[in-house]
Design a protein. Sequence first.
Length: 478
Amino acid sequence: MTVADVRDYSLAGVDSRFATERGLVEAEWFRPPIDPERLRELQVRSNARAARDVLAWFGLIGLFGYLAWAALGTWWAFGAFFVYGALYGGVADSRWHECGHGTAFASKRLNDIVYYIASFMLLRQPTLWRWSHVRHHTDTIIVGRDPEIGFPRPSSLSKVLGVYLPVLILPKAVWRTLQHAVGRIDADARDFIPEDELPKLKWESRVYIAVLAGVAVWCVAVGSIVPALFIGLPTFYGAWLVVFFGILQHAGLREDVLDHRYNTRTVYMNPVFRFLYNNMNYHVEHHIFPTVPYYALPALHQEVKGFLAPADRSTFSAYRRVFATLRCQWRNPGYDEPRPDIPEAEGMGRSFVDTGFVTWAGECHDGLVDLGAAETLAPGSVRRVDHGKDTYALYRLDGDAAENPAGVFVLSDGLCTHGKAHLAEGAVLDCVVECPKHNGCFDLLTGEALRAPAKEPLTLYDVKVHNGRVVSRLTPRS
């Protein structure tokens, strides 16, 4: 193997430049066709369902925390702490993930509360990891762009063991937190975090260090390590579960390809694993449709599985495939897990398959542009409208039955102000549209960006219904 065979996985290295030159940065990805109405049904969020699962998780943590406390000084404590750590430092990962996407609860506040709690349990700086995960979804397994590649190539036994022994990795994360707390922001973090978000990183890191320091003082005061066994250390001794599930997502699969079916894996799991993992075993489906909440992923899988590679039959079979591939990559870094069974689909020649309706706007009298028949757009839905070189999104919001039974029509720019994804492919939730690429949200009544990574407001345009047609002068609203 030559020096040229060793790739640069840093975000500021030579492979990052190569990714840009090859058109792999912020590109459009393959998306299987799905009925727009069915997709809207699957995108609906439920506070009750998410609360049930989160409360069950917290309840299990409390139960095994109590059992661990009661068993202190006996051999039973080892088993109780083992489960407590897995729930605290392991299961927190999937809760962090779903609430970070903002899809678990219908309420933004509830998503944020659980996200910050889970972030601390994993010792992940919330702002750092929110933007890191945005980049992961933008440039999934693109070398030099994705900060979450688990197994850089060439692979080796020591690298694999390093991933599966998180006690060797987490101290580096703590050191990074210390560095950020004193304002020393590393180059990778600066690469994907907006400049105006960096101060948050510093203060979040300081809060983490203060809490951990407080636990350390508590331990010294009582002359026991027990407080740290409940707060702080579970991140280390429970992180094995994060690795156990997380490695199955992408390990051994193809790098630098704009099709999640080649770089992401779906695995059938038993109900217990699916609860612990929040259905993230349907990982291809999640990457293609990140606006669908975790509890709807099994149903989404049924809708699109005919266009995907067959799922691995079990966790055991998936691991057998992963380890076989990693062994091959020790000798040949260019080796990828074979995926010859991905079906052909209509539109495969394109990098992206639209799932929404598209209307080509035509001119109307008095300078108004015809955006299509009002009756063809159902309440609570959105349609893409192309006019010349410009793209718009036309929404019909659910109207009040008494005051406005027809609903309210809203016209906006068609592309997200952050990732330039088509908003017509996103989820319309009350008076909010959610980007289908990174879950950024916009208020459809004001254009305000409501949720990161979206930060710039969305331009809204004048629109009205005339003789059953939706028309606009395409003049931005003041």
